[in-house]
Ligand binder design. Structure first.
Ligand SMILES: C[S@@+](CC[C@H](N)C(=O)[O-])C[C@H]1O[C@@H](n2cnc3c(N)ncnc32)[C@H](O)[C@@H]1O
Length: 240
C-alpha cells in the first residue's frame, strides 16, 4: 500500500490503514469477537489486519462490514492529471476567490497570463490569443495578479520576481501550487516572498465555467504586499 501510495478515506483517523481500521472498530464499540462474527473472519485474522498484516481478500471482507463506504483516497499530486492535459493550463480563478483578492489587495492593474474567458478583472490583460506574451512584454502597474500556466510554474515565478525587483510592479500576488523544492525557490524567492498556505482548495473554472476539483494544495505568494493587505487577506481566506 505504501509503495502504491494507496490510502483509504471514509474509515477514520490514523497514519496507516491498520490504525484506521482499529480506530474505526473501537469507535463502533465492537469487540474483535463481534466483528469476527459479522465478517466470518477469525479473531486472529482481524487482529493481524489491525497490525498491518492480512490478505487483500480478508481486508475486503472486513471493510464490507466495518466501513462499506471506504474508498481509495485520490493520490496527492502537484499537477493536473494526464486526463486534464488538453486544457490543464487554462484553469481560471473563480470570481468568489477574486473578490477576496480585490478586497484585500485592491484593484488589479495587470494580469500577465490572462485568458479571454477568465473572470479575473484587470485594467490590462496580456492575452496569448492576441499574440501577446507575458514572459516577454514588460509588466507595469501597482498590483499584478498571477495565476500562471502550471506547466511552466517556475518560469512564471522567476518572471514575477524579476519584474517586481525591476520595479515594474509594486505588488505581485501569485496563486500557485505548493511546490517549494527547487534551489531557486529556497535560496532566492523565499527571501523576498511572503507565503500564505491556503486551507482547503480553490475550485478553478474550466472553459465552460465549470468548477474543477484541484488535486493539490495551493499557496498565495506575494511580493511587496503591505502588512495590512496580508492581514486583510488572512481575515477573508482560511490558511496560515
Ligand atoms: C491558469 S490560466 C489563468 C488565467 C487567469 N490568469 C486566471 O487566473 O483566471 C493561465 C493562462 O495563461 C495564459 N498564458 C499562457 N502562456 C502565456 C504567455 N506566454 N503570455 C501570456 N499568457 C499566457 C493562457 O491563456 C492560460 O489560460
Amino acid at each position: 500500500m505504501a509503495a502504491f501510495d494507496f490510502r483509504l478515506t471514509g474509515l477514520g483517523p490514523g497514519g496507516t490503514t491498520a490504525e484506521q481500521i482499529r480506530r474505526r472498530r473501537l469507535k463502533q464499540g465492537w469487540a474483535l469477537e463481534r466483528l469476527a462474527e459479522r465478517t466470518g473472519l477469525s479473531r486472529t485474522t482481524i487482529a493481524g489486519i489491525e497490525r498491518g498484516g492480512g490478505s487483500v481478500a480478508s481486508l475486503l471482507s472486513l471493510l464490507a462490514v466495518l466501513a462499506p463506504k471506504a474508498r481509495r483516497r485520490a493520490p496527492e499530486r502537484a499537477f493536473w492529471g494526464e486526463g486534464d492535459k488538453q486544457d490543464r493550463d487554462s484553469r481560471f480563478t473563480p470570481a468568489e476567490f477574486m473578490a477576496n483578492i480585490y478586497e484585500a489587495f485592491g484593484a488589479i492593474d495587470l494580469d500577465p497570463c490572462a485568458h479571454e474567458l477568465s473572470p479575473v478583472i484587470a485594467r490590462r490583460r496580456i492575452l496569448p490569443s492576441e499574440g501577446a506574451d507575458g514572459l516577454a512584454e514588460p509588466w507595469a502597474g501597482s498590483l499584478v495578479y498571477v495565476n500562471p500556466p502550471y506547466s511552466r510554474l517556475l518560469v512564471w515565478l522567476r518572471r514575477a520576481h524579476d519584474q517586481w525587483r525591476a520595479g515594474n510592479a509594486e505588488t505581485v500576488v501569485c496563486l500557485v501550487p505548493v511546490r517549494t523544492d527547487s534551489a531557486w525557490f529556497q535560496e532566492v524567492l523565499r527571501a523576498d516572498a511572503d507565503i500564505y498556505f491556503l486551507r482547503g482548495r480553490v475550485r478553478f473554472l474550466d472553459a465552460k465555467s465549470k468548477g474543477q476539483h484541484t488535486p493539490f494544495s495551493l499557496m498565495l505568494l506575494t511580493l511587496g504586499a503591505k502588512p495590512e493587505q496580508k492581514a486583510r487577506f488572512a481575515q477573508l481566506v482560511p490558511g496560515y
